[in-house]
Design a protein around this ligand. Structure first.
Ligand SMILES: [Zn+2]
Ligand SMILES: [Zn+2]
Length: 247
């Protein structure tokens, strides 16, 4: 269901007020937490922050000698900037896997909140005009019942008051799960897997310059690059990615 923007804003404010009144408990140890935190301070230490990372693709770096990783120095990618505050280990991996494979759809809110809290540390964090969740092919969507990227994007859109568009970018063919494939296979697997929904009254991309794609995990970046390619080819000037965790 879509609401007009002013009503949407009041509803999201109201839900934040209600949210802050309900006592919360840590998802891991069940201790009561302060504010609207879903994890207690102790359990938060099990989250690995992606502090020393490539300034372009957010790949965790082993030294601070260069701020750009070898891949980004030698390759041209279609995406501009990846923001990913966490490394795909421990607590974050657990939360993402629960969200994706165990129907814990409410973990999207937890993960989105953690991202939002960390976003203040991003250098030069520029908000886009539109958020686009990484689309899922209808076949997989039917199996899973929901798209975890869309669930994350809903919270981002409400928090940052941004337009959410989950209709303009389509996954036009089914692909294998990227997990278990090597870098070359991943690239081949997602090649030409996306397209723009040209249906005039559905596509809202005309006149839009800056988009951020939303996803839970980024590994080699081939899926992101393929999706960014089609967006850039359709005239979008800047395509960023907001990713919860970087592998
Ligand atoms: Zn805890
Ligand atoms: Zn890089």
């Amino acid at each position: 269901m879509t609401f007009p923007v002013p009503l949407q804003q009041s509803l999201s404010k109201l839900s934040r007020v209600i949210d802050s009144l309900i006592p919360r408990h840590c998802l891991f140890c069940l201790e009561q937490t302060s504010g609207n935190n879903d994890l207690c301070p102790h359990c938060r230490t099990h989250i690995q922050h992606n502090k020393l990372a490539c300034q372009r693709c957010a790949l965790p770096l082993s030294t601070s000698d260069s701020s750009i990783c070898g891949n980004c120095l030698s390759h041209q990618y279609y995406y501009n900037q990846v923001y990913s505050p966490f490394i795909y280990t421990d607590a974050i991996r657990y939360l993402i896997r629960q969200l994706k494979y165990h129907n814990k759809i409410h973990y999207a809110q937890t993960l989105a909140r953690l991202f939002i809290q960390s976003s203040t540390q991003f250098q030069d964090f520029q908000l886009p005009e539109v958020l686009i969740p990484m689309p899922m092919h209808t076949q997989r969507l039917q199996q899973r019942g929901y798209n975890q990227a869309l669930e994350l994007a809903r919270f981002f859109a409400a928090h940052f008051q941004l337009q959410l568009d989950y209709k303009s970018l389509l996954r036009t063919r089914p692909t294998l799960l990227q997990a278990g494939l090597n870098a070359k296979e991943r690239q081949k697997n997602v090649k030409n897997a996306f397209n723009i929904n040209k249906h005039a009254h559905i596509s809202r991309l005309s006149g839009i310059q800056h988009i951020a794609l939303i996803d839970d995990v980024m590994t080699t970046g081939s899926t992101l690059n393929e999706a960014a390619k089609i967006l850039r080819q359709s005239g979008i000037k800047r395509v960023d990615a907001w990713i919860i965790a970087r592998a």
